[in-house]
Design a protein around this ligand. Sequence first.
Ligand SMILES: *Cc1c(COP(=O)(O)O)cnc(C)c1O
Length: 463
Amino acid sequence: MDAYRNSEDVPLLADAAKRAARYLETLDGRAVAPAAEAVEAVTRFAEPLPAGPTAPAETLRRLDEIGSPATMGMAGGRFFGFVVGGSYPVSVAANWLATAWDQNTGLWEVTPAVSQLEDVALDWMVELLGLPPGTGGAFVTGATLANFTALAAARHAVLTSAGWDVEGEGLFGAPPITVIVGDEVHPSVVKGLGLLGLGRRRVVRVATDGRGRMRPDRLPRIAGPTIVCVQAGNVNTGDYDPIADVCDAARPAGAWVHVDGAFGLWAAASPKLAPLVAGVSDADSWATDAHKWLNVPYDSGLAFVRDPEALRAAMAITAAYLPTETPRRNPSDYTPELSRRARGVEVWAVLRSLGRAGVAELIERCCRHALRFAEGLSAAGYEILTDVVLNQVLVSFGDDTATRRVIAAIQADGTCWAGVTVWQGRTAMRISVSSWATTDDDVERSLAAMIRIAGTAANQHDT
Ligand SMILES: *Cc1c(COP(=O)(O)O)cnc(C)c1O
């Protein structure tokens, strides 16, 4: 069919695959941050709305020629900003095939292949993370929406226990819910609470310790409808709230415990690191990101809820969440979205190709790289601000101004990319290792660049 071929009779999709492969293969040879000229050139996209058609192949060529050079090298092995992960080739490939299928993943009967794949991926994830068998789940866009989705189930459950139908009656006149979070809660949890009408500001914040962990001795006494949000993986330190202690204190009092484990929950997939999440299976709900540490493409988050009926009650479009006769799990009964791409396909593809051992190896390898960064920078005389417990490293290059200057110089150099953070009042460079693509060689090259640049940039003065 002509629509799928370009003027040289090359299939359009093959052309896209070729361009994508070339992009990924040449990424290693260019600066991680895009060149200034490439960034300036993106204004070429800002042309008037075309009055008529353009050949699809020409549109793809333009996308590649202007777009590719102006990307940040997040898919490569030396991007350490935020906690973004990479994308395994098998997940990109599975994503392409599933995109071609164009399945509206709402109803099992209409989209059987992708619905079944999501069922399987969900079961595998529950098993891999050691969550209670029978846990329900939803494939959503990211941990922000996963937190929102799980907390909607929490709101349903605690208000149902208090005799209130929140889906039907809303929050006007409802019994108040106490929401408890750690002082270093991720802002996306707070945003989710706001969206759910639970208020961004009315949360009870529990003091944290010098590693960003909630102090269990500061937990308030729990009474009445209560949701406690703990964190598995602090975005700065990678450290963990005392999940077991919180569950022990909160659940007997009838509270719901939610775990934001956007990246840190993946420690559960490694027998070596699993002690970090001890007690996690005692919680009621969990949020994580597959687009972070499972290394699938955006956007891919997962919400898990111990009681699938609480999730269904909060998310199903009809009020018919009371036991129905549907023989199959309709994905849209568990997600905020109705129409949705089949995110579970890439999760399935990576889990199937790596297996349990492969996922554990990925997680452990990233943590080993993080330790090597800390060790190398410390040996060069730079201060590592906290113990490296997972995949996050915080390093200071002197005072705040010097640290910012060094980070800017590292970003401009292009060997690697890491960002600025402020942690407990101190400016630091945050190195996050979360991509399959990062090799030992990437770590050594990046480390050498950081130390070389810090040696010259730290002592320069602002002009
Ligand atoms: C990244 C992150 C989030 C938000 O996840 P998105 O996928 O960006 O929506 C929430 N909590 C923690 C701890 C995170 O690291």
